[in-house]
Ligand binder design. Structure first.
Ligand SMILES: [Fe+2]
Length: 326
């Protein structure tokens, strides 16, 4: 079960009108140029939707879905790769819908070395990447992970907006609160002995912006930290078995977390017009495997990272930019 708000036809029309108005005033659509207007403009979304999203933020809801948002009736074919989408601007109306809804929960940001520094990503299968450990994969499932597990400024939410999902491929997730950690496990997972690495979607990540130091770190960068952190009674966690390491008891604890997660996987199937907001401090997420067709009809999502306090990013990069330097 996820927390879901289904818009009425009237509310859907209100969102469409707001979006059309913004696009009508733009000479050309540029999410980075628009994004500072996103938070104030989001106040013009339907009141019931705003309240639903604010409550999700305040109550730290694990997985939040908004359904019946507008999707263009003349939607372009699913692009073959994010770079094709970037060139054509396909799905710009839907990017705006996601930015507006997401701006109730947090502030949009991106990474300079992910999808060429785009603020809104296209999640589509890419030929030759079927087995990769990135969202461009298809025949290999995307294993459960915290988004950008290695970084102190990883998002509070991963947001996804579904434009097309004809084969009803599930987005998978596990709630940290569902994992039955023993007191010993809790203690181990709270030690600063876990090493986290950038995943393969971060091309040439150097972490030189981590402490404002301009000297690039050579070879594979990493950070060290805990798996569990935050409120003792309701801890946050971060986990990505493919991009973390530990030794001894901590390594065994890591494998035990992976085993516990395997039997607690839930799924949500996104339909066109559904936006999902996954709390990246409380939930790990993934995707079921599927067979891509590369014929314009494949699954197509838009993705935006959201952080509650964008000043953390400004401070880290010493620049008022929402795109984190790699
Ligand atoms: Fe992800």
């Amino acid at each position: 079960m996820v927390d879901r708000c289904v818009l009425t036809a009237g509310e859907r029309a209100e969102v469409a009108e707001l979006v059309n108005g913004v696009l009508g005033r733009c000479d050309s659509w540029d999410p980075l140029a628009f994004v500072d207007d996103s938070v104030p403009l989001a106040q013009e979304l339907p009141a019931r939707l705003r309240r639903f999203l604010v409550e999700a933020r305040v109550n730290e809801v694990d997985v939040t879905v908004v359904s019946n948002l507008p999707v263009d009736e003349d939607l372009a074919p699913t692009p073959i790769g994010w770079d094709a989408a970037a060139k054509t601007g396909a799905g710009s109306r839907e990017e705006l819908v996601l930015l507006l809804c997401g701006s109730i929960l947090g502030e949009p940001f991106g990474w300079c070395n992910q999808q060429d520094g785009r603020l809104v990503h296209d999640v589509v299968p890419v030929p030759g990447m079927e087995q990769s450990l990135t969202s461009a994969s298809s025949s290999a499932g995307l294993s459960l992970h915290t988004e950008d597990v290695f970084h102190a400024c990883r998002g509070d939410y991963v947001s996804l907006y579904c434009l097309r999902n004809p084969d009803a491929i599930g987005t998978t997730f596990v709630r940290g609160a569902s994992l039955p950690f023993s007191p010993d496990m809790r203690e181990l997972l709270s030690k600063e002995v876990f090493t986290f690495y950038p995943d393969d979607s971060h091309v040439g990540m150097t972490l030189n912006a981590l402490d404002g130091d301009n000297s690039a770190t050579p070879v594979r960068p990493s950070t060290t930290g805990t798996v569990l952190f935050g409120p003792k009674e309701r801890p946050y966690f971060r986990f990505d078995i493919d991009f973390m390491e530990a030794e001894g008891d901590a390594a065994e604890a890591m494998r035990e977390v992976q085993r516990q997660m395997a039997s607690r996987v839930e799924r949500v199937v996104l339909s066109p017009g559904d936006a999902v907001f996954i709390d990246n401090y409380r939930v790990v997420h993934g995707r079921e495997p599927f067979t891509a067709r590369f014929d314009g009809t494949d699954r197509w999502l838009k993705r935006v990272n959201l952080i509650r306090d964008v000043r953390r990013i400004y401070t880290m990069s010493a620049s008022r930019s929402r795109i984190i330097l790699g």
